[in-house]
Ligand binder design. Structure first.
Ligand code: PMP
Ligand code: GLN
Length: 389
């Protein structure tokens, strides 16, 4: 393994999901739903397979039906207008979209500012692209994690090429506000930075939070690569269908990298996702309402079990502080030790947020639980966690 990748080891999601299987624990670690997306969309995939649509290499940028549906979705939801032929690219999940964007847009030595804690593939992909990551830490502030805008501004240097943003934010559940996004956009314009924005949880925002794509801010449309995912939005994480929207020059750059990573992906699923994106608003509302009820169930259960619970404004994750459990139960506030012991102690798997930090000590006491699970599963997990004390 080369030096660029050596520090990353095995992804925490694989490690923790394997531990869940081994110990027969409830897996609230890796973020995947335990209920598949809409039946009619599964049927659409079967029909595409049977009719022979997409069983051979689909077109490099994605099938026209899906690119058109992605553009229509951005228009309908956000009044963002993209040309399906030149400004939309279908990828093998958001994961490939992130990789291809970084590989296409970075020169070796370029600095990339990423919000810390960051989704684990960001660091590895920045490294593969020869870039240098510059983390700006979201810090606990009341019941949520917030971005310090002065810290963000101070992190920009002459070598900064790109801001890598994620909102709604995994793992903290923070949704960046209009004010925060305005400041990020102004900074990008002022310092002439590119922005890659991972908005895969765009449809999972709760209470009074609002998801506002960065590309909608003044001066942003043509410097922003926006990433979405059918895995998240339609609960088909195994299909690996994601996408990128942006200006023709940015999308063509990302496509240059993508063609040598996978060339193309997921032929028949692309047709099904095209149909999914055209589902009426009632689908998106029901999906959100379902996850909101699950958030509330898990959040109150975790609080009753003694965890400090941060408010999830978006995503399907809850970040907790384990220190209120006490020194013994929380293993001295060490999230890694806590998560490694939790399957044996309680039959539940969670993710230590520290893996998403360069400043590991800043993330040490935080542990993430996923709530994209059936109600009965969440209830049983809560019961087990309450038995911890
Ligand atoms: N970005 C974030 C923030 C995610 O949480 C995930 C999924 N865990 C991805 C990207 C990857 O998405 P996909 O499954 O579409 O590759
Ligand atoms: N995005 C999912 C999470 O944060 C995991 C995806 C993966 O395993 N790579 O849990």
């Amino acid at each position: 393994l080369n030096r660029r990748l050596a520090e990353f080891g095995t992804t925490i999601f694989a490690e923790m999901s394997a531990l869940a299987v081994q110990t027969g624990s409830i897996n609230l670690g890796q973020g995947f739903p335990d209920t598949d997306g809409p039946e009619e969309i599964r049927e659409a995939a079967v029909r595409a397979l049977r009719d022979g649509r997409g069983n051979q290499y689909p077109p490099g940028p994605g099938v026209p039906e899906l690119r058109t549906a992605i553009a229509a979705h951005q228009q309908r939801r956000y009044a963002l207008s993209y040309d399906p032929d030149t400004e939309v690219l279908v990828t093998a999940g958001a994961t490939e979209a992130i990789a291809a964007s970084l590989l296409a847009l970075l020169e070796p030595g370029d600095e990339v500012i990423a919000l810390e804690p960051y989704y684990d593939s960001y660091a590895a992909c920045i490294a593969m692209a020869g870039g240098t990551r510059v983390p700006v830490t979201l810090r606990p502030d009341g019941d949520s994690f917030r971005l310090d805008l002065d810290e963000l501004r101070a992190a920009v240097t002459d070598r900064t090429r790109l801001l890598l943003i994620n909102t709604p934010h995994n793992p903290t559940g923070t949704v960046l506000t209009r004010e925060e996004l305005t400041a990020i956009a102004e900074l990008a314009v002022e310092r002439d930075l590119l922005v890659v924005t991972d908005e895969v949880y765009e449809h999972l925002v709760f209470d009074d939070a609002e998801h506002i794509p960065l590309a909608t801010f003044p001066g942003m449309r043509d410097r922003t690569v926006t990433i979405g995912s059918a895995g998240k939005t339609f609960s088909f994480t195994g299909w690996k269908v994601g996408w990128v929207t942006g200006s023709p020059s940015l999308v063509s750059a990302v496509r240059s990298a993508k063609q040598f990573l996978t060339y193309v992906a997921s032929g028949p699923f692309q047709y099904a996702v095209a149909e999914a994106l055209a589902l009426p608003d009632s689908y998106y509302e029901a999906f959100r309402a379902d996850m909101l009820a699950k958030r509330d169930l898990l959040a109150s259960g975790l609080a009753e079990a003694g965890f400090g619970v941060f408010r999830t404004a978006g995503t399907y994750f809850i970040t907790t502080d384990i220190r209120p459990l006490g020194a013994v139960l929380s293993q001295e506030g060490d999230g890694f030790a806590f998560c490694r012991a939790l399957p044996e102690r309680a039959g539940v798997v969670a993710i230590p947020n520290a893996v998403f930090y360069d400043h590991r000590e800043a993330g040490a006491p935080f542990v993430r639980f996923a709530f994209c699970k059936q109600t009965g599963v969440l209830e049983e997990a809560v019961k087990r966690l309450k038995g911890l004390a």
